[in-house]
Ligand binder design. Structure first.
Ligand code: MG
Length: 417
């Protein structure tokens, strides 16, 4: 059975403002609180995301104040599942009815959730639990248990009584109903049937359900699903978003991979340097610097992770100052550039391609030298070698090539060892 679900987000409020926190727009109206920024997104945009990202929600409809179309268009992102806005009425109840009427006109008939636009911290689990409890003639609302002792007072603030707080809950939203049930209840209220008390008495939809004798169930929900009402609430909400975003940044660490390749010709000589390690050999590598193809490839791999050109652009072979230079200077410079961008090396992996000398006996010394140069644990440093099966210029021992790969995390606090 393909039950469709619609979330109606009520964001039609206009009368109440978080005073002193915004300037009036061209019409002299303050910016309604639902459009105030929590981070780079406004409160309402955050709230909408909670529903559009939920896998059990098929459509999201936002009911706005009739004067808020421009600010809505400016502040709300493009969300999947988001229907065109519906203009609301003068009270919350009337705005909900406007949304229900619009949904009814499209023939929508399944589960509907009604949510306050200024509750941006509704969690996915609570949404699922509310949806699961909806049944014919039964509404559902999330609520949290009252923690404080409750006092009832006179208008003059004299305590009349202490109210037992057992099984006393603070109502939240989204409140869920079958479309046919809640539409009928709202329709009757709008036509002043059943209640006989006018159309705007109710501050939530569950109360309307109760008023006509229908049942309402509670889902025990976290108190973090609060309604942003005061400047203190806004401060609290901004702190919560900042904390959430810090956690998301940690989860989605910026991991980058760089690669590098280098080759140098073999010429008559008595030693070669690879990975900063000297090997006695009957040839040398030809180059302007010490011709350490492995460190050159690694330097390029590091530069590749920050889009900072290559070894030739930092240390041009035409510049006499790099003649016979030790290649660990090139490597150290690239490491400094990467670290200046917040990079933390995860691993480096080098493959040396040559027929001779044999790399195996030198592998450990090369790894240790690289680990020392890069300030890495040995387990994060790999040196491998292969021949070129006597094919091509490498196979004829005319040169030695090296390939380097490195993976680097950016923008996270280093916990690597
Ligand atoms: Mg080179």
């Amino acid at each position: 059975m393909n039950i469709k679900t619609l979330a109606i987000i009520v964001a039609g409020g206009s009368g109440w403002r978080l005073s002193g926190l915004q300037s009036p727009d061209e019409n002299g109206r303050g910016v309604p609180k639902q459009y105030m920024l929590l981070s780079t997104q406004c409160i309402l945009d955050h709230t909408i995301s909670c529903f559009t990202k939920h896998r059990e929600i098929d459509h999201v409809m936002v009911v706005i104040h009739r004067e808020d179309q421009a600010v809505y268009d400016r502040m709300i992102s493009n969300h999947e599942k988001l229907l065109p806005v519906v203009l609301g009425g003068d009270s919350r109840q009337q705005s909900v009815y406007c949304g229900l009427e619009a949904a009814n006109k499209t023939g929508f008939d399944a589960k509907v959730l009604i949510h306050d636009g200024v509750r941006p911290f509704i969690d996915a689990q609570t949404i699922s639990q509310v949806l699961a409890k909806i049944s014919p003639q039964n509404g559902t609302l999330p609520a949290h248990r009252v923690a404080d002792t409750l006092k009832k007072s006179t208008n003059e603030l004299k305590v009349i009584e202490t109210i037992a707080r057992d099984n006393v809950f603070c109502a939240q939203t989204p409140q869920g109903f079958l479309m046919g049930d809640i539409f009928q209840v709202h329709k009757d209220a709008a036509e002043d049937k059943n209640t006989g008390e006018g159309v705007s008495r109710f501050t939530d939809d569950a109360s309307m359900f109760e008023a006509v004798g229908l049942s309402v169930s509670i889902v025990d929900a976290p108190a973090s699903n609060f309604k942003i009402t005061t400047a203190d609430d806004l401060d609290r909400a901004r702190h919560m978003v900042a904390k959430q975003q810090k956690e998301v940044t940690k989860l989605h660490a910026d991991i980058r991979t760089g690669n590098g390749y280098d080759v140098h010709a073999l010429i008559p000589g008595d030693e070669i340097i690879l990975c900063g390690h000297k090997i006695a050999f009957n040839k040398s590598l030809k180059g302007h610097s010490d011709a350490d193809a492995a460190l050159h490839a690694l330097t390029d791999a590091l530069l590749g992770t920050i889009g900072s050109g290559d070894i030739g652009s930092h240390f041009p072979p035409s510049d006499p100052q790099w003649k016979d230079a030790a290649s660990d200077y090139f490597l150290t410079t690239a490491l400094e550039l990467v670290r200046a961008e917040g990079g933390v090396i995860n691993n480096i992996d080098i493959t040396i391609i040559c027929e001779a000398p044999k790399i195996g006996p030198h592998r450990q010394a090369m790894r240790e030298k690289l680990a020392q140069l890069c300030d890495l644990a040995l387990g994060r440093v790999s040196v491998k070698a292969t021949t070129n099966e006597e094919l091509g210029f490498l196979g004829r021992s005319e040169g030695i090539a090296a390939i380097a790969t490195t993976t680097i995390s950016f923008g996270i606090e280093s916990t690597l060892t």
